[in-house]
Design a binder for this molecule. Structure first.
Ligand code: MN
Length: 718
């Protein structure tokens, strides 16, 4: 842990900054700002007894450890002058430019909140931090550096204050540092917080670490020599660091019931090399020489963590049978691991931070996206802060899409939460979920590393009220609630907006760039709409498609497929199924037997989810009581396709899959998903397909059964 025995000077700051800031005028600006800061805080002292200017100076020095740019360092030096010295934002702007002034103002806004109750104030404070961060991440990085120095000098405060500040640091600021990937600051904040929150535990662990230090250092050094020799023999240039686990991370493991003596990854080292190729070669060499512990190998290079962290991890039996946790990564990955979001700015091309602003790096982090989106949902500050605290900052699981995209969700999330996390539209059209190849109920609790596929049907009537009891995240619940409070028109507008956005993404067009003044007028004229909402409405209710709108501007690239005609909206937009005696009711086609028009069907009144329509032969009906109603297919509805499932039994044959897909395509049948079950000398394809009606399906089945190697095709009921 760093201590501040020696008082830093401006020369220390400039020396550290000059290791990555090369422009002489920027270094001079830092000196000027420091002089200004010192004169402003003249005569002020901190509770620790130091002259006040020493606090902003140390804050700025901490900022250089994460390669903050010149403006951020200047703002770090000035971060308390508006609040404590009566300086105005305008004055700062005149002296040092708008960027510095805005950053200082941003930091000031966060701290300056007075509310009636402490709880309210706290909530408002958290919200400011969180929202401030999504506006310009540099504001929060200054706040983190400020807090870190305050934590280092926390001994000067009363015990009451110490505990309060430490709790807040551990609850909000350390997790934020973690999500920004700024490991250095996160880890020191955690250790310092623990020291004030649970001093006994903290010093107990620190003592134990101290007592075993000599022994551990020797083993680690021997292991470093041994690994280093191995790499030299293989001509790999490398750097190896012994690594000490933070006290807080040990505390977390003890809390989970592990004994100090069993914490087998106390001994740790890190190997740094030049390229990814070498990382993978080294893991092979290490595993060949030292026996690895099963299941402890993690490949965060191929599967980076959500905060951008990349590395290979393994635990092996090292020298004298001691267990070692070994991390292998490139120098660049190491930079990202230590400095997170900050390293992206400065490490590669010494990019000017002002250009980065809020758009590139941060936008890539799901973390920011989640916060920004959450902030757009209408909810109280308290709800907002609680959901950020509980659902974004803490206790998360990682799940994958079938394509391997990784998503971070709160523990306890269900497929419904996942669907809404991807997009509201996915949530609203969700009809089922498949986790690791098996169909799961919607209340299934997602587990770490699950691969989740959401089945959607664009004709789905929307979520059921029951989902409110199943969903875990505030985001999903809010959106489900909104769905029910919103009128049909608003829903269409939203749907239309989502569709055009999707279309523009597909064509790699920027929204603002596409809807510039000129294009917008042209579109309004041609599509005969009055404003954007009107445009969205017409896309949402199916009058024309997003692709059509794009084609109005990009006519040349328009393909035949994109040309969508104005289709007549039927006078009474009823569902696919008519329920006798009832006019407006939500109807779902049961996904156990997947009825299609032409099937004999029967309705079942569910609890709170409208009417579920089954095939008359569905075995699930046997368990249902007398809540049946009679239903029939709507003869006017002919355009939709319906999903249903078949098993295709084949003799082993190489090209069977390809031919089945071709057959489907020529029969105008869409395959939604297909699973292959290989038996001894037989393959069974479990296929979900979209068909118009029973005739369409039966013709397809007949066609397939005419193929020599296909034995039979059976519709299935799950
Ligand atoms: Mn401060």
């Amino acid at each position: 842990m760093a201590s501040d025995k020696k008082l830093y000077t401006i020369d220390d700051l400039v020396e550290k900054a000059s290791s990555y800031i090369t422009k002489e005028e920027e270094l001079q600006k830092i000196r000027d700002v420091f002089d200004y800061c010192k004169s402003k805080h003249e005569g002020q002292f901190r509770q620790s007894g130091e002259p006040y200017y020493y606090h902003p100076l140390t804050t700025a020095i901490i900022l250089t450890t994460v390669y903050a740019d010149c403006d951020t360092i200047c703002a770090g030096l000035l971060h308390d002058v508006i609040e404590d010295c009566g300086t105005t934002k305008q004055e700062l702007e005149d002296l040092y430019g708008p960027t510095v002034a805005n950053l200082v103002n941003g930091v000031t806004k966060i701290s300056k909140i007075h509310f009636s109750t402490e709880n309210e104030a706290l909530i408002e404070y958290y919200k400011k931090i969180i929202v401030g961060m999504s506006e310009d991440v540099r504001v929060i990085i200054i706040k983190l550096a400020d807090r870190l120095h305050n934590m280092r000098t926390l001994w000067a405060k009363t015990e009451d204050k110490q505990k309060k500040i430490a709790r807040e640091t551990l609850d909000i600021l350390a997790p934020i540092a973690h999500h920004l990937g700024i490991h250095k600051i996160k880890s020191e904040l955690e250790d310092l917080s623990l020291r004030y929150l649970k001093p006994n535990v903290f010093y107990d662990i620190a003592d134990k670490l101290n007592n075993t230090k000599l022994e551990r250092d020797k083993v680690v050094n021997d292991m470093i020599t041994s690994v280093s020799n191995l790499l030299k023999e293989n001509n790999i240039e490398h750097e190896i660091k012994g690594r000490s686990k933070s006290i807080y991370s040990i505390y977390k493991k003890l809390e989970k019931g592990r004994k100090f003596s069993d914490i087998y990854d106390l001994l740790a080292l890190r190997i740094l090399v030049d390229n990814v190729q070498q990382c993978y070669s080294i893991i092979g060499m290490i595993h060949a020489k030292y026996k690895p512990i099963p299941k402890r190998f993690k490949d965060y290079i191929a599967m980076p963590k959500v905060n951008g962290y990349q590395s290979l991890h393994t635990t092996v039996f090292g020298i004298d049978g001691y267990l070692f946790e070994i991390q292998i990564r490139t120098h660049e990955m190491d930079e990202v691991a230590e400095n997170g979001v900050a390293s992206h700015w400065a490490y590669k091309e010494h990019k000017d931070l002002t250009q980065t602003g809020t758009n590139s790096t941060e936008a890539k982090l799901q973390f920011f996206k989640s916060i920004v989106e959450l902030n757009e949902d209408k909810m109280s500050s308290e709800e907002f802060v609680n959901s950020v605290k509980n659902e974004i900052l803490n206790n998360n699981i990682y799940v994958f899409t079938p394509k391997g995209d990784i998503f971070e969700l709160p523990k306890g999330s269900t497929p419904i939460d996942f669907a809404y996390f991807i997009h509201t539209r996915v949530g609203e059209t969700m009809v089922g979920a498949i986790v690791n190849d098996s169909i799961v109920p919607l209340d299934y609790e997602l587990q770490d590393n699950d691969i989740v596929k959401i089945n959607t049907n664009k004709n789905s009537p929307g979520p059921s009220k029951e989902w409110l009891n199943i969903a875990k995240t505030t985001r999903a619940k809010n959106r489900i609630r909104t769905f029910f409070t919103k009128g049909e028109k608003e829903r269409y507008i939203e749907r239309g907006k989502a569709e055009i956005e999707k279309e523009l993404r597909k064509k790699k067009l920027g929204f603002n760039e596409f809807f510039n003044e000129e294009n917008t007028q042209e579109i309004f004229k041609q599509a005969k709409v009055s404003d954007m909402n009107d445009l969205y409405l017409n896309i949402g209710n199916g009058k024309f498609s997003g692709a059509y709108v794009v084609s109005l501007i990009y006519k040349k690239e328009e393909s035949i497929l994109d040309k969508v005609v104005f289709k007549e909206i039927p006078k009474h937009v009823e569902g696919d199924v008519i329920v006798e005696g009832i006019d407006k009711i939500k109807v779902n086609l049961a996904n156990c037997c997947n009825p299609v028009p032409g099937d004999e069907i029967v309705g079942y009144i569910t609890k709170g989810n409208g009417i579920s329509v089954h095939r008359r032969c569905c075995h699930n009906l046997a368990f249902l009581d007398n809540r049946m109603v009679s239903v029939s297919w709507n003869p006017e509805k002919t355009t939709n396709k319906f999903i249903t499932s078949v098993f295709i039994y084949c003799k082993e044959y190489d090209k069977s899959l390809l031919e089945i897909m071709q057959k489907a395509s020529t029969s105008n049948i869409n395959i939604d998903s297909m699973r292959t079950n290989r038996k001894l000398d037989e393959i069974i394809y479990d296929v979900d397909i979209w068909v118009r009606d029973l005739d369409h399906l039966n013709n397809f089945i007949r066609d397939l059964e005419n193929i020599s190697y296909i034995e039979k095709v059976v519709r299935i009921i799950k």
